[in-house]
Write a protein that binds this ligand. Structure first.
Ligand code: ADP
Ligand code: LRH
Length: 487
């Protein structure tokens, strides 16, 4: 059987075919396409028709490759949603989580329920873009008219099959799920004027959704498709696809965001976890993803977009290598970097106001980003050990960012941990694994990770001898005196 992962991140999407051959998992990229939001009259929107069209074109290509049947799962970025009416029509285009409509909403909501109370209920980090804050700022007429609120991957699955669900790994990023009741929290829903029935039924990853309604898409030549709700939050699929063994590893899912954390059995909602803004997102197989959001490759994506000359990511890495390291210390987790008008100017203005050398050339800017990300990763690993009481010996880096060998080594050096990099398509692989576990072609998560380990090359980086604590302390000194520091 052929399994198709539709994996759509904030910067790009792909359809990947997976099958087991000679005891190994083989993957083949069917298509890759750009994703991103555009600002229209002051609001940032995703283009969901483009994504749906790309899924259908990819499926058509799969049929033209001779495959008449396949299984399919969809994962995308989290927190964003679509309001649909009773006929399944979108009431408005999906707004991007980087839109500034929720800039002040955490403050408004936490005046009514304390941060501690919300955290105790949900275990979810406080990010301005969580669905709870977005829904609070939603056009109230449209919100009350909405028959169903669907998260993005659930919406795409609904468009293909007509079956509406809320898959729980992604559902947990709404900050509306109660960890004790394992359901939507009625008090938080009431606070944002949403009725429980407006969300589709909550399902676990591995739920069979239905078949592709080919007759709805007469202009495409499509195969027969069984759709499965996988761990539809891309980060949840990435962790399924991370080949960790034992109990002493952390992961870094490195794409548009850097998600650094551990896999846990229980949520951790103690004060230090709240203060560090750690989240307890629901994972596949009842695991908990205890992790921190770090600004990630978004920074370099934006710098690259603004630069007058077109650089590839590997070229930017090469430029960065030529520059002296650790010239600037920047708190890239500050909200000012979430969606500035001009990322280059924002970085430069931070450096100016903290009396540091201004990075100007592409290499200086890239160096500044990569150096600081490595420092922030290292600090997060030390912090994770402290909060969880768990020893972390190894860091698995997966996702597009794991292709950056230079950053992998830098991360090993600054964290003092062994880094294991790859697979870079861990999210699509995790998506496929969830499908194979559902159809019983693979036994369980343990077997899935074994299969991944034996099917893909993992690159190992040992830490080199540097005075990592001196660099980290220098960072903390600058960042703590930065008047705009947050989280
Ligand atoms: P997402 O799924 O969030 O859209 P990806 O996992 O596809 O993101 O990762 C994309 C990022 O990976 C790019 O923005 C880039 O920074 C990084 N990347 C991918 N390949 C390379 C490479 N060869 N060298 C350096 N960076 C890379
Ligand atoms: C990564 C991701 C992350 C969320 C963010 C909105 O793609 O899903 O886990 O916090 O996007």
């Amino acid at each position: 059987m052929q399994y198709v992962a539709v994996d759509i991140g904030a910067s790009s999407g792909r359809l990947i075919l997976g099958e087991i051959k000679n005891g190994k998992l083989q993957i083949k990229e069917v298509s890759r396409f750009a994703n991103g939001f555009t600002n229209e009259e002051g609001t940032c929107y995703w283009d969901l028709d483009h994504l749906l069209n790309q899924i259908l074109l990819g499926l058509q290509k799969i049929k033209s490759m001779g495959y008449e049947q396949c299984v399919l799962g969809i994962d995308t970025w989290a927190v964003d949603y679509v309001l649909v009416d009773e006929n399944g029509k979108r009431l408005r285009e999906a707004v991007s989580y980087r839109d500034d409509r929720t800039m002040n909403t955490i403050n408004i909501i936490t005046k009514q329920r304390s941060k501690k109370e919300i955290y105790q209920k949900t275990g979810i980090q406080f990010q301005p873009f969580n669905t709870i804050y977005q829904l609070y700022e939603e056009d109230q007429k449209l919100l009350s008219a909405a028959n169903t609120i669907l998260m993005i991957p659930d919406y795409l699955g609904y468009c293909l099959t007509g079956v509406a669900v809320t898959e729980e790994t992604n559902g947990s990023t709404t900050q509306l799920l109660n960890i004790h009741e394992h359901q939507f929290d009625s008090d938080l829903l009431a606070l944002i004027s949403v009725k429980k029935e407006q969300f589709a039924r909550l399902v676990e990853p591995g739920t069979k959704l239905g078949t592709l309604k080919k007759e709805w898409f007469p202009s495409y030549d499509l195969p027969d498709v069984q759709v499965i709700a996988v761990a539809s939050h891309d980060t949840a699929s990435a962790i399924v696809g991370t080949p960790g063994v034992g109990n002493d590893w952390a992961y870094l899912s490195s794409g548009t965001w850097s998600l650094l954390g551990i896999e846990n059995n229980e949520p951790i909602v103690k004060d230090e976890a709240l203060q560090g803004n750690y989240t307890n997102e629901w994972g596949a197989f009842k695991t908990v993803r205890f992790l921190k959001n770090i600004m990630g490759m978004w920074l370099i994506q934006e710098v690259r977009r603004i630069l007058p000359i077109n650089y590839t990511f590997p070229q930017l890495v090469e430029e960065a290598k030529k520059v002296n390291a650790f010239k600037q210390f920047v708190n890239f987790n500050d909200e000012r970097f979430l969606n500035p008008d001009n990322m280059i100017e924002e970085i430069q203005s931070y450096c100016r106001s903290t009396n540091q050398e201004i990075p100007i050339s592409p290499g200086e800017l890239a160096n500044c980003i990569y150096n600081n990300l490595a420092i922030i990763y290292a600090i997060a690993i030390d912090e994770l050990e402290k909060i969880t009481g768990k020893k972390i010996e190894r860091l698995h880096i997966v996702g597009g960012g794991s292709n950056n060998e230079w950053l992998n080594q830098l991360t090993a050096n600054l964290s003092g941990r062994t880094v294991l990099a790859g697979p870079s398509e861990a999210t699509a692989i995790g998506n496929v694994m969830m499908q194979m576990i559902t159809t019983e072609e693979v036994t369980d998560l343990f077997a899935a990770r074994n299969l991944i380990r034996h099917s893909f090359q993992i690159h190992v980086y040992q830490p080199e001898a540097i005075n990592r604590m001196a660099i980290i302390n220098q960072y903390k000194e600058v960042v703590n005196s930065d008047y705009t520091t947050s989280s």
